[in-house]
Design a protein around this ligand. Structure first.
Ligand code: CP
Ligand code: NVA
Length: 310
């Protein structure tokens, strides 16, 4: 780093923050959510601008960041690969240097984590990971917040991951490491979590199971995701066959604790990774989970731009 340059805080992986920073963010998100529900103005980011870069499709990430930034008094610029020079081979480092001179904070959804890391290394403003092939930290921020709202602290609890060893699974594993809970993981052979990619310090926080039903045994939360993530469409046919037994069904929910919650980051495919009776059933909190993206990300943007309040 050049002398005199300010150290910029980014949110590129879940392990970028410590447990006590998460405690602050969850507390702050509770306040921000309460104000939103009461129609109280909360505008700490007047005159601040968020740039959102989408190289993959999105509904929740787009709406939650855009609505959240406007609610906080700021404004938003939306870029996609197709309508910017990013799609015409402008180096990511140059894009970062330019965009950071005009806006205050950047959210990026892209393919390789290396790309967002390169952007952040050349950005003079905070960068948030809105999903990469490897991680989806904003989603797990919302998921843990949702768990806490419904069941209290997640520390010491058991979360069952059923399905692909993908960006969501890697991030759950980092969260287990940082926040002190256990992740039960069951993936089909060949689709395991890559411990090196997840990059956790304490591998004691993960237990792997061949059978998904065993992973759900005694879990406080059962969660899954699509069989084929964005960017992996060419593998779809093979994945449809490999994942057929990794559908969260009523038997798996019955193996979990009686008060277990079900979560899914969405979009979901009923009849593939989850039975309709589970995602639309009484243990499912997927709509709270989606809404909470906005509340936690408002707390996150406020924290990255203004630090701790109060
Ligand atoms: N869960 C999530 O990130 O949804 P989108 O792909 O719609 O943004
Ligand atoms: N694992 C999924 C999550 C979508 C929000 C994907 O990367 O497509």
């Amino acid at each position: 780093m050049k002398p005199g340059m300010k150290l910029i805080k980014h949110f590129l992986q879940f392990k970028d923050f410590r447990a006590e920073e998460y405690a602050y963010l969850f507390e702050r998100a509770t306040t921000i959510k309460r104000r939103f529900k009461n129609y109280e103005k909360h505008q700490p980011l007047v005159d601040r601008t968020l740039a959102m870069i989408f190289e993959k499709a999105s509904t929740r990430t787009r709406v939650s960041f855009e609505a959240g930034m406007y609610q906080m008094g700021g404004s938003v610029v939306n870029l996609t690969t197709g309508d910017s020079q990013l799609g015409r081979s402008e180096p990511v480092e140059d894009s970062a240097r330019v965009i950071g001179r005009m806006v205050d904070i950047v959210m990026i959804r892209t393919f390789e984590q290396a790309k967002i890391e390169a952007f952040a290394a050349h950005s003079r403003v905070p960068v948030i990971n809105g999903l990469t092939n490897e991680y989806h930290p904003c989603q797990i921020l919302a998921d843990v917040f949702t768990f806490i709202e419904h069941r209290g602290s997640i520390q010491g609890k058991v979360v069952a991951w059923v399905g692909d060893g993908n960006n969501m699974a890697n991030t759950w594993l980092q969260a287990a490491d940082v926040l002190g809970f256990t992740l039960h993981v069951s993936t089909p052979g060949g689709y395991e979590i890559d411990a090196k990619v997840a990059g956790v310090a304490n591998s004691d926080c993960v237990k792997t199971f061949n059978h998904p039903l065993d992973a759900c045994e005694g879990a406080h939360l059962v969660t899954t995701d699509v069989w084929t993530s964005m960017g992996y469409e060419a593998e779809n046919e093979a994945r449809m066959k490999a994942f057929v037994d990794w559908c969260v069904d009523r038997d798996m929910m019955a193996a979990a604790r009686p008060d277990a919650l079900f979560m899914h980051c969405l979009p979901a495919h009923r009849g593939e990774e989850v039975e309709a009776e589970v995602i639309d059933g009484p243990q499912s909190v997927v709509w709270d989970e989606a809404e909470n993206r906005m509340h936690v990300q408002k707390a996150l943007m406020e924290y990255l731009l203004l630090g701790r309040i109060g």
